[in-house]
Design a protein around this ligand. Structure first.
Ligand code: N01
Length: 575
């Protein structure tokens, strides 16, 4: 890592005296070394690394009027992170880890947003973040080797490097249900929640979606709504979160074991601060296995899936976990008919992202909550009074869409990105995302994607994935600058090799077996069905990326002059 300049020591790029160049169409463009799209976890860290460690003129553009990304937008009732708080933070600065005090085992949305604002202030990032500025288009100007960027505010920029830190779960997916505009009540998507909140008091609320988000918000909405109707299309597993306040002893433990915690997260499959137990579910005698599941259920959280090492690779092993959880659902939910609908789960445990909850299944024991099985009677339309399914009309005042995201590709494709020779990202990804290491797209020189498709991303505790990506991008740019290279993009054959590696990693698991998984793009009509994240594990992925960098970036093509020649083979990209 290069020497850090003192944060914020140079004038802000937003200063009107900052350098500009005469642009095309006769208007000035602000000229920067690197433009970062987004100021969430990834955009802010990327800004810090490029500005303070490489001394680059870097600027982050953010559509929201505050930093925080996901945690700025997702303010729905019950919004809380499923990663444990001591692992859901930056680890690049041990002082920061020691200073910040999390209050609960899982951090709530407001607390994470406070943390990210603290980071923005502590590292003086705000002067180089432009808020309320949505990037609408970016075009690569090959002769100039610059990205020409347009925004909805009319600001225009020119940058050598363009870094898309837009988040894999940020493009809200509102299903196209006939009649929605006719609804006489109010409707909301959880990922675009009003800042002033929503008052459910005395209201009849319909909740569509039973993924991680729906499972988090149902119990909270039920507490204040007159009536909550949950519309379930696919029954889902969920593990009790067992959230609780953190005590001083645990905080002290974190302060004293920062390096150890980081090492465990880096060694783990999913970037969490725990490792998978080295035992097989099928090889463990049933009584012993049941006791292990019970202990994991009591402990709660995503750790449950680490109880055995073979749950995601062996259907028989997975069946034991699935059977255990379904039995718990039937135990908790008093009404046998509801229990049957909630436990009629058609896919392996954790093959879709496993939610964790606080009293989700218990919510169905409340008198003011009902459950609609959309598999038995699908939604037909929204009418002014509410939702009509194939067999009933449900009168509603509010509809909450917890229907997820156009995940992994949606936020990138919302920007009109045009690479070399007029190739658009929409064209390049028409059959599904194509890139190398999830970091760079062929035909789009000097464009980097943070936690994009083809990387562990959503399968990982995201701050861990983000720090690894940002560090890799920063090191790659530093490496180029040392050698006088100004342009990098992946070679086609390396991309093909990486796509095969991503597919092989997925095929070694049960993950691609779920036809309705958003990991496959199945939740968005017309989206190509391709398994998008790299499922070979964060530790393995990090090793591959490190190896590529150590070998001089085989599979990536740089322009001259270079003092060191990258090897041409893509062997480091093999799983
Ligand atoms: O979205 P989802 P999410 N009619 O896509 C249903 C992260 N996250 O927002 O399964 C009826 O998982 C859909 O049904 P089906 C986490 O990575 C993190 O809950 O497609 N139903 C499903 O039940 C997570 O995985 C945290 O049949 C419709 C639900 O809507 C990711 O975000 C918290 C429908 C969508 O589930 C996305 O989770 C929350 C329709 N037309 C989320 N369309 C934390 O860690 C969709 N559905 C804090």
């Amino acid at each position: 890592m290069a020497e850090a300049a003192s944060p914020g020591s140079r004038p802000s790029l937003l200063d009107p005296r900052a350098p500009r160049e005469a642009g095309d169409a006769g208007r000035d463009r602000m000229q920067v070394d690197a433009l970062i799209v987004g100021a969430g976890f990834s955009g802010m860290y990327q800004l810090l690394r490029l500005r303070d460690h490489l001394g680059m003129k870097a600027l982050a553009l953010e559509a929201a009027d505050g930093v925080g990304g996901t945690w700025y937008w997702n303010r729905y009732p019950g919004a809380r992170c499923d990663s444990e708080s001591h692992s859901y933070q930056y680890f690049f600065d041990e002082d920061l880890v020691r200073e910040w005090q999390w209050s609960e085992r899982y951090p709530g949305q407001a607390e994470i947003l406070r943390y990210l604002n603290h980071v923005a202030d502590r590292y003086a990032l705000r002067p180089d973040i432009r808020l309320k500025t949505r990037v609408t288009a970016a075009r690569y100007d090959e002769p100039a080797n610059r990205w020409l960027v347009e925004t909805d505010t009319g600001e225009r920029y020119s940058a050598q490097f363009l870094i898309a830190a837009v988040g894999g779960l940020s493009a809200a997916n509102v299903p196209d249900i006939p009649g929605l505009p006719s609804f006489s009540g109010r409707w909301y998507h959880t990922g675009e929640w009003p800042h002033e909140g929503v008052d459910f008091t005395g209201k009849r609320v319909g909740l569509i979606g039973t993924g991680s988000t729906g499972i988090q918000c149902a119990p909270v909405i039920a507490q204040s709504a007159a009536h909550l109707t949950v519309f379930q299309r696919t029954a889902n597993y969920s593990i009790p979160a067992r959230n609780a306040p953190l005590d001083d002893a645990f905080r002290q433990y974190v302060r004293e074991h920062v390096d150890e915690i980081r090492k465990v997260m880096h060694a783990s499959t999913n970037g969490h601060p725990f490792l998978f137990a080295d035992r097989s579910a099928t090889a463990t005698p049933p009584d012993e296995r049941d006791a292990i599941y019970r202990a994991a259920w009591e402990k709660g959280g995503l750790r449950f899936r680490a109880a055995f090492k073979d749950l995601l690779v062996d259907q028989a092993a997975n069946d034991t976990a699935a059977g255990f959880i379904k039995a718990r659902i039937r135990e908790v939910v008093k009404d046998p008919a509801r229990a049957a609908i909630l436990s009629d789960i058609d896919h392996p445990f954790a093959a879709k992202r496993p939610p964790i909850d606080t009293e989700y299944f218990e919510t169905f024991n409340r008198d003011n909550v009902s459950l609609v099985d959309l598999r038995a009677a699908p939604i037909v339309e929204v009418v002014p009074e509410g939702i009509r399914t194939a067999d009933a009309l449900y009168p509603l005042d509010i509809i909450v869409f917890a229907t997820g995201f156009d995940a992994m590709t949606g936020a990138f494709l919302k920007i009109a990105i045009e690479g070399r020779d007029g190739l658009t990202l929409q064209q390049a990804w028409r059959a599904g995302p194509r890139n190398c290491l999830g970091l760079q797209v062929p035909g789009f020189p000097n464009l980097f994607t943070i936690t994009g498709p083809g990387s562990p991303s959503v399968l990982c505790n995201l701050p861990v994935a983000i720090e690894q990506h940002v560090d890799w991008v920063t090191d790659c740019i530093a490496w180029m600058r040392e050698r006088g290279a100004t342009r990098v993009e992946p070679a086609e054959e390396a991309v093909e090799q990486w796509l095969a590696t991503v597919q092989a990693a997925a095929d070694a698991t049960l993950l691609p077996s779920v036809p309705h998984s958003w990991y496959l793009g199945a939740n968005v009509p017309g989206k190509p069905r391709i398994f998008m994240p790299y499922a070979g594990g964060m530790a393995r992925y990090r090793a591959i990326c490190d190896d590529v960098a150590a070998q001089g970036y085989p599979g990536f093509v740089f322009d001259a002059p270079m003092r060191a020649t990258p090897r041409e083979t893509g062997s480091a990209l093999e799983a």
